[in-house]
Design a protein around this ligand. Structure first.
Ligand SMILES: Nc1ncnc2c1ncn2[C@@H]1O[C@H](COP(=O)(O)OP(=O)(O)OP(=O)(O)O)[C@@H](O)[C@H]1O
Length: 719
C-alpha cells in the first residue's frame, strides 16, 4: 500500500473506532431505559424520540458512514471533516455532529461537488453558506470493517477533479433480485432532482438506466426529512407499472429508513376507490393484442381506445356531460306528498343549486332528499287527526320513494355505463354530445361494461366521475405523488392524480424512448406539463446511464437510431467497459442446447441474474416448457406476476421494463419479430438496456432490420 493511502486508512480506522465507541456507549445508555407504557403525553413523546435514536444508532452501528468531505466555511480558519452516513449521529451530551444525515443541507456538498478549486456553496436554513472543499473521500464499511478508502478529490494532491473510480466499483458489482439504495454514490445531476423543492411538479425524462426509479425513492426520503412538519409517509404514494416491479423496488425505502409510503399501481388504486364494483378485464389478452407480431398489428395512434379515453379532450367532454347532468338531475315537478301539501320545485332547486352547491353531486342529492324528508315530517306534524296523519304518512313515504327513484343514485360505474349505451343516450346526455363518441368505441366498451369489467383506460374517467359525485376525502389526498414509467400514463390519469395531490407536489419520471405502450401513453412531456399551472413545473433530463456497460449503451443507441426518426435522447454511458455485445445466429434446432451451454458459461463466472427475453408471452411459455424438460430451473415471468425471484428468468421483453439483470439474452431478434417500426425499436431498446454487464441477441434466419449496419468494437457478430 502506498504510504499516503496507508496513512489515510489508519486515520480512518482510528476515527471509526471512536465512532463505534460512542455509538455503543449511547446504545448501552438507551438499553437501560425501559420502554414507557404509561399515558403521560410528554413521556410518550420522549419515549418515541428514544426509539428513533435507538433505531438510527442500530443502523449506524454496522455502517456508520460512507463519505467524508473536508470543508472550510468562509470565516473559519480551517477545514472540518464532515462524515456523511445514512442517519445522523450526535455526540451525547455535547450534540456535536459525528455523522451527518445524507439528506441534511450541508451533505448536499458531498454530492454536488464535482471537483475544482473554486468556492462552493449550499443552502442552509440560515441562508447560503460558502467555502472551500479540501477533500472528498469515499469509505466502504461493511459489518463494522473498514474495507476501502478512496479519495476522489484532494486539494493538496494530484486528484483535482472528482474521479469516478468509486462509482465504477459500485456499478461493476453483480445484482440480486432487488434494487438497492445509492446514497454513497448519488451523482450531482441526480442530487439536484432529489433535493428539488417540494411544491413543484417535477417531470424527469431519463434514459434507460439513468437512475430514475432510484432517484425518485431517494427523493421521497429527502422530502420526509426536509419537510418533516408538512408531509407524512402515509400520505405519499408511488405509482408503478405492475406488482412485480413494486416487489423489485421494495427494498430501497426500508434501506433508507423510510416506511409506510403507499406503493401501488394505478389499476389497484382505482379498483379500491371504486370499491371493487368492477373487475379488470383479462390483461394478458390485452397485452397479447397490442404486442402481437405479424400483419394484423393494431395501429397505435390517437384512435386507440387508451389514447382516446386518456385524452384531455375526453376529460373536457366528460366535464360537459357532468355539467349537463348537474343541471338536469333534480326532477322538475313539485313534490306533493298528499293533497294540500306542496313543496315547490323551485324550493327544491334552491336547496340543490344554492344551499348545497359546494357539495359533490351525490352528497347534494342525499342532503336535498333528507331535507325533503324533514319538510314532510314537519308538514305531518301540522296534521292533528290521527288516522289522517297515518294515511298521509304512508302516502308521503311512497311519494318520496317515487321521487327518489326519479333522481337516480348513480355510482361512477353505473353512470359511465350509461354514457356508452348503444340504444341511444340516457336522459342526461344530449344527443349531440353522445354523437361525439366514436361508434366502434361505444360498442366495444358497452360489450365489456355489460359484464361489469373495465379496461385500464376507463379508470381515469371513472375516478373523475367519482370525484364529481363524492369528492375527495382527506385520507385520499397526497402530500406527494410519484409516477414511475410515466410515459405509459395518459394525461387524463395525471389530471386525476393532480386533483388528489396537494400543492402540485409530484415526481413524474419516465423515458419516451421506452414508450412501448404507445396505445395509451404520451408522445411528448408537454402533454403533462400543460396540466399544471405555469411556473410550478420543472423539467429535468438525465442522459447518463449507470446500469449498463459502454458497449451495451452504444449498441442500444444504434437500435434506437435505426427505428426512430428522432430519438428523444441518446444515453451517455459511464466509462465502464466489458465484453462487446454479441449478435449470434442460432437456428431453432440448436436453441435449447445453445441456451444450456451459454447459461452454464455465464453461471461459471460472476453472473447471478440472467434474463432470456422473448418477443411474446406465448414464446416464453413454450421455451419454459422446453428448458424445464431439459433440466434447467427457469422462472417464467408472466403478465400479472407478483414477484421477481432473481436467478434465470424467462420474460416477454415488454414485461421486463424497469428490471435489470447481470446478463440478458434477447431471443428471436429476427426480421419478423422485430420489424423496422418505432414500436419494435423501443421494445428492443428496452430489452437491450436491461443488461448490466453482458448482452447477447440471438436470431435464426435473418436478423431484425433494427440491427442493420451496427458495427464497431462494441459489437461482435457471429453465426
Ligand atoms: N448514482 C448511482 N450510483 C450507483 N448506482 C446507480 C446510480 N444511479 C443509478 N444507479 C444504478 O443504475 C441502475 C439503474 O437505476 P434505475 O433502475 O433507478 O434506473 P431507471 O432510469 O429507472 O431505469 P429504466 O428506465 O431503464 O428502468 C440501478 O442498478 C441503480 O442502482
Amino acid at each position: 500500500m502506498e504510504a499516503s493511502v496507508q496513512s489515510a486508512y489508519e486515520e480512518e480506522l482510528k476515527r471509526l473506532e471512536e465512532t463505534f465507541t460512542e455509538i455503543d456507549r449511547q446504545l448501552a445508555v438507551l438499553k437501560d431505559i425501559p420502554p414507557y407504557t404509561g399515558q403521560d403525553h410528554t413521556e410518550q413523546v420522549l419515549d418515541s424520540i428514544r426509539e428513533t435514536r435507538r433505531r438510527n444508532l442500530a443502523v449506524a452501528q454496522s455502517e456508520p458512514y460512507f463519505g467524508r468531505l473536508d470543508f472550510q466555511e468562509n470565516g473559519h480558519d480551517q477545514a472540518a471533516p464532515l462524515y456523511i452516513g445514512k442517519v445522523g449521529v450526535e455526540k451525547d451530551p455535547s450534540l456535536e455532529l459525528m455523522v451527518i444525515d445524507w439528506r441534511a443541507p450541508v451533505a448536499s456538498l458531498f454530492y454536488s461537488f464535482t471537483g475544482g478549486t473554486d468556492a462552493v456553496s449550499y443552502d442552509s436554513p440560515d441562508g447560503l453558506v460558502e467555502g472551500l472543499v479540501y477533500l472528498k473521500r469515499n469509505l466502504v464499511i461493511r459489518k463494522q470493517i473498514l474495507q476501502r478508502v478512496v479519495d476522489t478529490f484532494d486539494r493538496s494532491g494530484d486528484t483535482m477533479a472528482v474521479t469516478d473510480e468509486f462509482l465504477l466499483y459500485r456499478l461493476g458489482e453483480n445484482k440480486d433480485n432487488k434494487l438497492r439504495d445509492i446514497v454513497s454514490t448519488i451523482q450531482s445531476e441526480q442530487d439536484a432532482i432529489i433535493r428539488a423543492v417540494k411544491n413543484t411538479a417535477l417531470i424527469i425524462q431519463g434514459v434507460a438506466g439513468s437512475g430514475k426509479t432510484t432517484v425518485a425513492l431517494h427523493r421521497l426520503a429527502f422530502l420526509l426529512y426536509q419537510y418533516r412538519d408538512q408531509v407524512k409517509a402515509e400520505r405519499m404514494i408511488i405509482f408503478a407499472p405492475n406488482r412485480m416491479f413494486l416487489d423489485y423496488i421494495s427494498g430501497v425505502l426500508p434501506e433508507l429508513g423510510v416506511g409506510h409510503i403507499q406503493q401501488t399501481t394505478f389499476t389497484d388504486w382505482a379498483l379500491e376507490l371504486l370499491e371493487h364494483e368492477v373487475k379488470l378485464a383479462d390483461q394478458a389478452e390485452r397485452l397479447r393484442f397490442w404486442f402481437q407480431t405479424g400483419t394484423g398489428r393494431p395501429a397505435m395512434d390517437d384512435t386507440a381506445p387508451g389514447r382516446w379515453k386518456g385524452s384531455i379532450r375526453f376529460k373536457s367532454w366528460l366535464d360537459q356531460v357532468l355539467d349537463h347532468y348537474e343541471a338536469t338531475a333534480v326532477p322538475h315537478a313539485d313534490f306533493i306528498p298528499w293533497e294540500g301539501a306542496k313543496l315547490k320545485a323551485a324550493a327544491i332547486r334552491q336547496w340543490y343549486d344554492v344551499e348545497n352547491k359546494h357539495e359533490p353531486l351525490m352528497k347534494r342529492r342525499e342532503r336535498v332528499l333528507a331535507r325533503m324528508k324533514r319538510w314532510m315530517e314537519m308538514e305531518l306534524e301540522k296534521v292533528w287527526e290521527v288516522h289522517l296523519k297515518k294515511e298521509y304518512k304512508k302516502k308521503a313515504s311512497a311519494k318520496l320513494r317515487d321521487y327518489t327513484k326519479h333522481w337516480t343514485a348513480y355510482t361512477p360505474f353505473t353512470f359511465y355505463k350509461e354514457l356508452f349505451r348503444t340504444d341511444g343516450p340516457p336522459a342526461f346526455l344530449p344527443q349531440e354530445l353522445h354523437a361525439d363518441l366514436p361508434v366502434e368505441l361505444l360498442a366495444a366498451t358497452q360489450a365489456y361494461l355489460k359484464k361489469k369489467t373495465v379496461q385500464p383506460e376507463d379508470f381515469a374517467a371513472l375516478l373523475y366521475i367519482r370525484i364529481r359525485f363524492f369528492g375527495i376525502h382527506g385520507d385520499l389526498t397526497f402530500d406527494h405523488t410519484v409516477i414511475d414509467e410515466a410515459q405509459d400514463f395518459s394525461p387524463f390519469q395525471v389530471a386525476v392524480l393532480h386533483q388528489h395531490t396537494r400543492n402540485q407536489s409530484f415526481t413524474i419520471l419516465g423515458d419516451l424512448s421506452q414508450g412501448i405502450h404507445a396505445y395509451q401513453g404520451i408522445r411528448e412531456w408537454t402533454e403533462f406539463t400543460d396540466l399544471f399551472d405555469g411556473g410550478t413545473t420543472a423539467y429535468y433530463q438525465l442522459n447518463r446511464s449507470y446500469r449498463s456497460t459502454m458497449e451495451i449503451i452504444y449498441f442500444a443507441n444504434e437500435v434506437l437510431k435505426n427505428g426512430l426518426e428522432q430519438p428523444t435522447a441518446l444515453a451517455v454511458p459511464v466509462f465502464r467497459s466489458a465484453d462487446p455485445v454479441q449478435v449470434k445466429q442460432i437456428e431453432e434446432a440448436e436453441l435449447i442446447p445453445a441456451l444450456q451451454k451459454e447459461i452454464a458459461r455465464l453461471q461459471s463466472g460472476e453472473t447471478t441474474t440472467i434474463a432470456l427475453l422473448t418477443r411474446t408471452e406465448a414464446r416464453s411459455e413454450q421455451l419454459h416448457k422446453r428448458l424445464s424438460a431439459a433440466g434447467l430451473q427457469v422462472n417464467l415471468i408472466a403478465a400479472g406476476g407478483q414477484h421477481y425471484q432473481g436467478g434465470i428468468s424467462l420474460v416477454p421483453a415488454f414485461m421486463a421494463k424497469g428490471l435489470e439483470f447481470d446478463a440478458v439474452i434477447l431471443l428471436d431478434v429476427t426480421e419478423e419479430q422485430y420489424t423496422a417500426t418505432p414500436q419494435d425499436a423501443k421494445l428492443l431498446y428496452v430489452g437491450c438496456t436491461r443488461a448490466l454487464h453482458d448482452l447477447q441477441l440471438w436470431y435464426s434466419g435473418s436478423p431484425s432490420p433494427l440491427l442493420a449496419g451496427i458495427q464497431g468494437d462494441f459489437v461482435a457478430w457471429s453465426s
